[in-house]
Design a protein around this ligand. Sequence first.
Ligand code: GSH
Length: 325
Amino acid sequence: MARSAVDETSDSGAFMRTASTFRNFISQDPSSQFPAESGRYHLYISYACPWASRCLAYLKIKGLDKAISFTSVKPIWERTKESDEHMGWVFPTSATEEPGAEPDPLNGAKNIRQLYELASTNYSGKYTVPVLWDKKLKTIVSNESSEIIRMFNTEFNDIAQNAALDLYPPQLQAQINETNEWIYNAINNGVYRCGFARKQGPYEEAVKELYEGLDRCEEILGKQRYICGNTLTEADIRLFVTIIRFDEVYAVHFKCNKKLLREFPNLFNYTKDIYQVPGMSSTVNMEHIKRHYYGSHPSINPFGIIPLGPNIDFSSPHDRERFSV
Ligand SMILES: N[C@@H](CCC(=O)N[C@@H](CS)C(=O)NCC(=O)O)C(=O)O
């Protein structure tokens, strides 16, 4: 049966995310199956989705948006097939239907599900974004954002406009990996564990871990500009995509309201700092973000009402320049 993330709960009522399926790598090596070539790959995203947004962030800050095209789907899930009840990401039917979203320019697919069906005849996983598509072989290279961002960081450096930016430098890799791990569990996936829990116990456990993670970030960011030191790294981009959504969505929709992002001075200023990295603000479409979450999970928000606040201005001044870079 076609499933989505809202169905992924264990008997204990805890949210359990399943692993991605397409795990190929693009390589600098021209003889590889998926060589890094300008114009060959396409990134399907939703502006609403934090995992897809981290890939789009890389596209922008590495200067790859001329070499790799991208399309965003509409923010609110719709039925993807008449013969079953699956709800998922769909493309608009015209370029004007939904600002920010566009019809599929490559395959004329109506929805993301159809891309998975083109790439594999027996796929049984979720129809998630991001999808990194190979126009030449007409298939999905990868649907795992943590791996797509690694490819974007290094493999396209011959064509990237900002090739010198290394967000995963060898001397910081161990620290970045370790940081990613606790931030993923407590924060990136943590907010989903809060929001998709179906019993009080797993919800409370997730909230406890989430706020321990946020407190830990707050403390680290009291001593240095970025989460792994005084240079921007992959770990910052991965943290950013979650915390930019925090007060607008997760605090309300996922019941992460013990404390708001705005009540963590270091984390809040840090979020503005990352938002103001050239290229980053174009990856944040708060309208899509809010309409998606509040409108696509009827079991959590049955009437789809979108809260009007708080409308944070992330382009306002921050205090992070006090740390040397
Ligand atoms: N492991 C994936 C997770 C992607 C993911 O969960 N995407 C969500 C949107 S935020 C999705 O497309 N969900 C569709 C569904 O649950 O059916 C990644 O990081 O790339």
